[in-house]
Design a protein around this ligand. Structure first.
Ligand SMILES: [Zn+2]
Length: 548
């Protein structure tokens, strides 16, 4: 009798304990953050009835699901999106406002992560490595590492370097991405001097090759794509990144690598919580080629649903149910194609021959009575300004203002200069707030345009684009799954910057240095709320530590 009572008590205690979160107690053992590159929030609703029980519906039906999650900034691109999710803050705080920008000292465009002080390692590739050296704020991964004094292991995976690096921050144990041509997994000397043996073995086997020469068919058996190696019209071979990366096999390849990493690095087997971030790039690579409403994007979402279910099955097998937490979001959405816009009578871009850069240079040449290279580069809708081409008595801010005027005459609704944005001289409107959140000190002189809704670069070769301050680019999924989360559909509008501070409080950590997001308390399970996180100091801490 007494023994039975004790057993019941013990069971209740164990269930309650399972709901607590404490990074210091390895509860959960592992947190996995899934970021799907270019995955609009409405896809989860659009395809909901076709999803299986254990993929996306794990999040929408059995997790804490926020169907109205919107980025509140204008620069809806991959690098800013990933940095924003990890830091729980927008561009003025973390600095990453574009995938690439003008570097004053090197006098060229640089990517958000390339780092001359590092080298690529892991495969037979030569070249400059990548690192988080441009980040100006730390991440949820950094806070986990700080709290556990480096005991927690933190890793990032993506087909793209920026996708693997930016959301996990400075102190991560490793970030892995692929060499575009061969598909081999690489990292940089920022993280380690020599690649782990398991990485070389993974690259040495047929891990990449097995996804070549495959046919991707939808559920009806219609051929959607083949990964048979071939050349572009100009004779250049199509890279592994584009060939395999634009099919669900790209996601398979990433999940294969994630499984290998978990097993080889023994993630989730320590005395503290570990963190793995997986940024799934395939959706973005295909999305640009065909647009969001193409049947192949539909098939890609259904394939990813099954792939997520398989991966969760693997996690269950490795760690047991309730021993890991999952978070799901995306770095940005995407605009419909021009064909869809036309069909539904939405605004259409006017195609132009010379491209925006040429047009702006012509306009400014006419206005300033001297032809010149006033615009260095366009990363739509950001225009990088060559201040040296302007008259010597003109300040950088004045040169930016000239370019902004020219942009308005080329059809932008408005254009804000970097100087305006840095000084907070923006209209006190919702749009002004969005552009305030898009500022960065990087990139020399530049101007950020406000395009008309549905209108993106007429200069780009892609069929579909993102990078605008509108709902279709800002709307992303946000959902959590695990015993600490209260299942439900929470329809208040939230932001991706809420993910990091929510995980931080549930793990008993400081939030990232510059995070301005909210804690999504409605998503925290009742038992967790009542008892609070079970915080106790890390076991390795010396007994007689001085506390000033
Ligand atoms: Zn993209």
């Amino acid at each position: 009798m007494l023994r039975a009572k004790f057993a019941v008590l013990l069971a209740i205690l164990l269930i309650a304990l399972a709901c607590f979160g404490s990074a210091y107690q390895a509860n959960p053992k592992l947190v996995v953050i899934l970021i799907i590159d270019q995955f609009r929030g409405d896809y989860l609703e659009r395809y909901h009835s076709e999803f299986g029980a254990n993929g996306f519906r794990l999040f929408t039906d059995r997790g804490a699901y926020f169907p109205a999650c919107y980025f509140q900034y204008a620069n809806t691109r991959t690098a800013p999106g990933h940095a924003t999710i990890g830091t729980g803050a927008y561009s003025p705080a973390h600095g990453i406002f574009s995938n690439e920008w003008w570097d004053r000292t090197q006098k060229r465009m640089v990517s958000s992560v390339e780092d001359n002080a590092t080298k690529l390692i892991g495969a037979e590739v030569e070249g400059v490595g990548s690192s988080p050296h441009n980040l100006l704020a730390d991440t949820i991964g950094d806070e986990l590492r700080l709290a556990t004094q480096g005991q927690s292991r933190v890793y990032g995976i993506s087909l793209k370097d920026r996708g693997a690096i930016l959301p996990i921050g400075f102190s991560a144990n490793g970030a892995f991405w692929i060499d575009r041509d061969s598909g081999a997994w690489v990292t940089s000397t920022y993280y380690m001097d020599t690649p782990p043996r398991w990485l070389l073995a993974f690259n040495g086997g047929d891990s990449a090759k097995k996804y070549l020469n495959l046919e991707w068919k939808d559920t009806d058996g219609t051929l959607l794509a083949s990964t048979k190696p071939h050349n572009f019209d100009n004779g250049k071979p199509v890279s592994y990144f584009e060939l395999v990366g634009s099919t669900p096999f790209g996601n398979d390849y990433e999940f294969d690598f994630a499984r290998e990493l978990i097993q080889e690095e023994k993630l989730g087997n320590g005395t503290v919580t570990d963190l793995l971030l997986i940024s799934l790039s395939a959706n973005d690579i295909l999305g640009h080629m065909v647009g969001p409403d193409d049947p192949s994007m539909h098939a890609m979402a259904l394939a990813l649903d099954r792939q997520i279910a398989d991966f969760v099955g693997f996690l269950n097998q490795q760690f047991g149910q309730g021993q890991f937490w999952l978070a799901l979001t995306a770095d940005h959405g995407v605009a419909p194609t021009q064909a869809t816009d036309k069909q539904l009578k939405l605004p259409l871009a006017t195609p132009s021959d010379g491209g925006l850069r040429g047009q702006l240079n012509n306009d400014l040449g006419a206005k300033l009575h001297k032809s010149g290279d006033y615009v260095r580069s366009v990363s739509y809708p950001i225009v990088f300004v060559n201040t040296e081409a302007f008259p010597p008595n003109m300040s950088a801010g004045e040169a930016e203002a000239q370019v902004a005027e020219a942009m308005k005459s080329e059809g932008f609704l408005n254009a804000f200069t970097k100087e305006q944005m840095g000084n907070g001289e923006l209209p006190p409107t919702a749009l002004g707030h969005i552009y305030l959140n898009s500022y960065s000190p990087y990139g020399g002189a530049w101007v950020m345009g406000v395009p008309m809704p549905f209108i993106y670069a007429a200069t780009t070769k892609a069929i579909a684009e993102h990078g605008a301050p509108y709902s279709y680019d800002q709307h992303v999924p946000l959902a959590f799954y695990g015993p600490a989360f209260k299942p439900g559909v929470y329809r208040d509008q939230v932001e991706p910057i809420d993910l990091a501070p929510t995980l931080a409080v549930m793990l008993g950590l400081n939030k990232p240095t510059s995070s301005t997001g909210n804690v999504l308390t409605e998503a925290i399970s009742q038992r967790f709320e009542e008892s609070g996180p079970a915080v106790s100091p890390p076991k390795h801490r010396p007994a007689k530590e001085a506390h000033p």
